[in-house]
Design a binder for this molecule. Structure first.
Ligand SMILES: *[C@@H]1O[C@H](CO)[C@@H](O)[C@H](O)[C@H]1NC(C)=O
Ligand SMILES: *[C@@H]1O[C@H](CO)[C@@H](O)[C@H](O)[C@H]1NC(C)=O
Ligand SMILES: *[C@@H]1O[C@H](CO)[C@@H](O)[C@H](O)[C@H]1NC(C)=O
Length: 421
């Protein structure tokens, strides 16, 4: 009798031990699956299996847990040559391949700028001939953690504080401090926060930098706006074209931290018109395997750097030499929530590029995702003769560039019961 007891106690012990070992093994494999950006990208809902503590650490991935890899097709697209950015990239890739900590150090915001002009000139022989703003960009390329001025930490929590009312689509709209009227037009129309039919929840944030000392101080107006509407995000970096890549980076970081369950994110400008119902039906029609790989918009596939110093998008040859990977125009494109983490990981290896949508395209390609064109995204506008035809807009998803008044008019127009197409 006694022996039987001892025996069953041992069987029990061994079983418990096996269960323990197995559950740990299981944890390991699910981790490495989640971590690899190229293998099975998971839908945001999969992240639910994590404990809340791990969720809050999503933005500071620990090496070893999240394995970064940069796709071969990205490496093939970007030539290895003497241009500064190309050299920076390949030096980061070499450390990555050697298994060294690939992540850039999160440099202190107050000390991230390269003040040593001589060093820059050694690296870039004609640095002095770069336009002043471009020099400024190069000096601040390692600045990635601006102070937060306005935040909405509870944006994606439902009113009941539960996570089950998931955000289906997050509109993350690039705006700038003075664009009050544009933001209001978006709030009253396509960016209105609501639950659409079939229970799809849409939420909206506007991403702002800060004004310079030479501009009027709008902060009292902005803090009123932020309280009244709860949709402003602001960081303390100067609002400018060449800082839009930093804004893109903050979009990824903010969403991973505060809205990690969003199924889709729309990144776009505050002066576009979006046909939200058409956009939602498109997203809803996607197969699950497709839905986790979305990088869709107006795709520019054969772009090269512009070498005219007077151009808005001028890139000096000694800075970057090579083509641009196919990318979706920054006026408005869609991202799967499942891709945010892989994008954020590769973005820590890829140096900042002065054009935000090109940079986004590089990160997607490095994460193994190609841009997909959708004819509903008209970032370069519709044909002249179609501009007044509401039926044309009814089937489109995005049109660039509209005034606040035009946005209101179009929105009311496509929703009019009198519209017959
Ligand atoms: C990151 O910081 C460590 C320690 O401060 C330093 O040794 C290393 O060179 C830095 N790496 C980069 C890429 O700056
Ligand atoms: C979301 O919240 C609403 C009430 O605000 C509730 O009626 C609905 O059932 C919730 N949806 C889910 C999926 O829990
Ligand atoms: C970007 O923002 C930083 C911080 O405000 C500023 O120092 C820098 O001049 C800005 N860069 C450009 C190119 O405007």
């Amino acid at each position: 009798m006694r022996q039987v007891h001892t025996f069953s106690a041992m069987v029990l012990l061994v079983t418990l031990l096996l269960i323990f070992v197995y559950s740990n093994l299981h944890l390991e494999t699910s981790y490495s699956l989640r971590a690899g950006p190229e293998e099975g990208l998971k839908h945001p809902s999969d992240v639910k299996t994590q404990s809340p503590k791990q969720e809050t650490h999503l933005t500071t991935p620990r090496p070893g847990v999240h394995h970064v890899s940069v796709s071969d097709s990205f490496r093939k697209t970007i030539p290895q040559n003497v241009a500064y950015w190309n050299r920076l990239l390949y030096s980061a890739l070499r450390s990555l391949d050697k298994g060294e900590k690939p992540f850039r150090n999160a440099t202190d915001w107050s000390r991230c700028r390269e003040a040593n002009q001589e060093l820059l000139q050694t690296n870039v022989h004609d640095f002095k001939s770069y336009p002043a703003l471009f020099q400024d960009f190069v000096q601040g390329m390692n600045c990635r953690s601006p102070p937060v001025l306005v935040n909405q930490p509870n944006k994606c929590n439902s009113a009941e504080g539960k996570r089950d009312n998931q955000t289906f689509l997050l509109f993350a709209i690039k705006s700038s401090p003075g664009n009050f009227e544009r933001r209001q037009a978006v709030r009253e129309t396509w960016g209105r926060e609501r639950m659409y039919k079939s229970g799809l929840r849409v939420r909206t944030v506007f991403l702002l930098g800060s004004s310079s000392v030479d501009e009027p101080d709008l902060s009292p107006l902005l803090s009123f706006e932020a309280r009244r509407f709860g949709d402003l995000l602001q960081w303390d970096f100067h609002e400018s074209l060449l800082n839009l890549t930093l804004k893109m980076h903050m979009l990824l970081q903010w969403t991973l931290k505060y809205c990690p369950h969003a199924s889709f994110v729309f990144s776009g400008d505050d002066d576009v018109f979006v046909n939200t119902p058409a956009l939602l039906s498109y997203l809803q029609s996607l197969e699950p395997s497709k839905a986790s790989q979305v990088y869709v918009g107006h795709v520019i596939s054969t772009a090269v750097p512009l070498r005219d110093p007077k151009s808005k998008y001028f890139i000096p040859l000694s800075f970057y030499d090579g083509p641009y990977p196919a990318y979706a125009g920054g006026g408005g494109f869609l991202i799967s929530g499942a891709l945010l983490q892989p994008l954020h990981l590769v973005s820590r290896v890829i140096p900042f590029f002065p054009i935000d949508d090109v940079y986004a395209g590089m990160c997607f390609k490095a994460a193994g995702v190609s841009a997909e064109a959708h004819s509903g995204f008209q970032t370069f506008d519709v044909k002249e003769q179609d501009r007044e035809n509401l039926c044309v807009y009814k089937d489109l998803i995005l049109i660039h560039q509209r005034t606040p008044k035009q946005i209101k008019k179009l929105w009311n127009g496509i929703h009019s019961p009198l519209l017959t197409c």
